[in-house]
Every structure is written in C-alpha cells, then in structure tokens.
Design a protein around this ligand. Structure first.
Ligand code: NAD
Length: 336
C-alpha cells in the first residue's frame, strides 16, 4: 500500500483528478490518498494558497498527484506550482510527448522526452519594478553551475536508463552569453562523460522551428526553465494537444506528478476536459512507485480508448465527443 498526497487543484482539476484516482484504483493499486487543497481553493478555506499542512503531507508521503492550479496573471499570489517545485527542490521536470494511434495530429510516431530545469532562471520569481512609478521592471534569471550540471546529468542518465540515443541541449547562448553560456558549457562537459549517447546543441529559436518541421530527429531534449515550459507545450501540440501530455517533477526527496496543461478556465465545470494527461501523469507516478504492471495496464487502456476514438473528449475531434467522466469510465471498463 502507498500513501500519496492528492491535490485536486482548481478549474478542470478536481474533475480530472477524480477520474485519475478511479482509474488507478481500477488497476488494482491500493493507495491511501491524503486529499489537500492548494491555490485558490486553499485561499477560500485557509486564506493561504499553500498551507503548511499541504507541505507537511508531501514531506511525509514524498509523492503527490496534482491537478492544475490557477495562477493569477500579472498580479495576485505567486504560482503555487513554482512554490512547490522550489520547496521540494523538484529540479527535474520530465515531460514526455508520445503519439497515440487514432489521435488526429500532424505527425505519427513522435516519442520525445523534454527534461526541463525546474528551479532556476526566470521562474525563480526574482523580479521587481525598478522605481515607485513602475516605469520599468526587471526579472533576474540566475543559472548556476550546480543546477545546470544536475539537470543535464539527469537527462543523460535518463537517456541511458531508457535506451535513448541522443540528448539535445537547447539554449540561447549566442545572446545570453553568461546564463545560456554557462548552461551550454556545463552541458558539453557532462555530455562528454556519456560517449554512448549522442550529443548536440541547438539555439532555442531554431529548435522551435526544427521541432515543427522535423520532430523525429529529436530524442531527449534538455533545457532551462522557460524554454522547457514553452517547448513542452509545443511538443504536446505535435501529438494531439495538451489533453495528452503528462509531466513529472522529480527531486531527491519528493516527486509531484501532474498534467502539463493548466486549469483551463474556458472549459471548467462543463465535463469537457480530457482526463488523459493527468491519468498518464498517474502512470508516471505508478512507475516511480515501482507499480510497473499497473502502469503498463493503464497506459494500454488509455491507448486503446484513443485508438478506438469513439469515447473521447472534444479536443481530440471525434465525430461525437463524450464528457470527461464518460471517457474515464471507458478507460476503467478496459481495465476491468
Ligand atoms: P491551459 O493549459 O489551462 O489551457 C490552454 C488551452 O488548452 C485552453 O483552450 C484549454 O481549454 C485547453 N486545455 C487544457 N487542458 C485541457 C484538457 N485536459 N482537455 C481539453 N482541453 C484542454 O492554459 P492557460 O489557459 O494558459 O492557463 C490557465 C491557468 O492554468 C493559468 O492560471 C495558468 O497559470 C495555470 N497553469 C497551471 C499549470 C499547473 O498547474 N501546472 C500549468 C499551466 C498553466
């Protein structure tokens, strides 16, 4: 039996998280879920977007499944997602983008892994207006040698463990000569320690174009925080959209699994959201918990529902879309 912290999130979060819980239970894994609220829901209840009992739960369970959390744009509280990554030093954000048969998308047979540095650079929230009249603002993006080394090493170790052939480092070292330059320098020196894995680097703007015109040339991609954020949404677009893209935030003492997508306020409360991304995040979580057989079964159940294409949500453009709960029920039916 495992104990896992469950943060249902807000927007579409609670409905898709609930489906993921039911799917994991249907696969026969016994999990004691510690349900806790963060973000807007926690502000309503506790006047604090990240209450101490949430942190205490994750400290104890060391594993969490998380629905998306809304971050107010421009003002309001800072991102709880980012705060969690910092609090638990979840330095590695692993975001696979894989094609599923039956899903309408521009390409077939995409199998990319984006390894995004998750704690440094522009996401660290070191920013302020430079004067009281707010005539200008600055954000400080700090890139460290140790932070770069551990994420690049994670990418190469991941490649080795999973039989991957190549790691592409993405940077902007031509313009950001210090932060980008440091990341690239570290990446080249770590890469030299892995002669069995191919190594290359690309400037981020070219990379975005290359991923659109010829994504099959890439395998494992490692990059800094903001570029990783943007390129992983791009990668999800190559395989059918955000509804299918899971992510894992991994640190030394804890791991938090979530969908790449956000709280989708435009479709919240309408039973329209695709639950597959968070279910696939649950699959990553089960692999982390060494529940490999259950993970494989759920992966196959999701693949089978997508392949048939009859019981899927509207984002996947079926002739007749079904709702979040109905798609979840069909995945469970495949498991039982
Ligand atoms: P979003 O990912 O929520 O939505 C982008 C588009 O994709 C929308 O049209 C949405 O309807 C669609 N979409 C997203 N998930 C879907 C799903 N499961 N099924 C079908 N369609 C789906 O991005 P956004 O609108 O830019 O952000 C909304 C909020 O989410 C913001 O407050 C943002 O900060 C937050 N956010 C949170 C996380 C997280 O919790 N890790 C990640 C990204 C964004």
């Amino acid at each position: 039996m495992h104990t896992v912290t469950l943060i249902p999130g807000d927007g579409i979060g609670p409905s898709i998280a609930e489906v993921a819980v039911r799917v994991i239970e249907a696969a026969g894994v016994t999990i004691q879920w510690e349900r806790v609220d963060a973000g807007m829901t926690a502000i309503d209840k506790f006047k604090d977007p990240l209450p101490e009992h949430v942190l205490e739960s994750i400290r104890r369970t060391r594993v969490a499944l998380k629905g998306p959390l809304t971050t107010p744009v421009g003002s309001g509280f800072r991102s709880v997602n980012v705060a969690l990554r910092k609090e638990f030093d979840l330095y590695s954000n692993v975001r696979p983008a894989r094609s599923f048969e039956g899903v309408p998308s521009r390409y077939r047979d995409i199998d990319l892994i984006i390894v995004r540095e998750n704690t440094e650079e522009f996401y660290a929230g070191i920013e302020h207006y430079i004067d009281p009249s707010r005539s200008a603002a600055e954000t400080i993006g700090v890139v460290t040698r140790s932070g770069s080394e551990r994420i690049v090493r994670y990418a190469y170790e991941y490649a080795r463990r999973h039989g991957r052939k190549k790691v592409t480092t993405v940077h902007k070292a031509n313009i950001l000569k210090y932060t980008g330059g440091l990341f690239l320098e570290v990446s080249r020196s770590v890469g030299a320690e892995y002669p069995d894995i191919g190594t290359e680097d690309k400037i981020v703007d070219n990379m975005a174009m290359q991923m659109v015109i010829n994504p099959h040339q890439f395998d494992v991609i490692v990059t800094t925080n903001l570029f990783g954020d943007i390129l992983s949404d791009l990668a999800s677009g190559l395989v059918g959209g955000l509804g299918l893209a899971p992510g894992a935030n991994i640190g030394y003492s804890a791991a938090i699994f979530e969908a790449v997508h956000g709280s989708a306020p435009d479709i919240a409360g309408k039973n329209l959201a695709n639950p597959a991304a968070i279910i696939l995040a649950g699959v990553l979580m089960l692999r982390h918990l060494n529940e490999t057989a259950a993970a494989d079964r759920i992966q196959e159940a999701v693949a089978s529902v997508l392949r048939e294409g009859k019981c899927v949500t509207g984002d996947l453009k079926p002739a007749v879309p079904v709702g979040t709960t109905e798609m979840g029920a069909e995945i469970i039916r495949k498991l039982t």
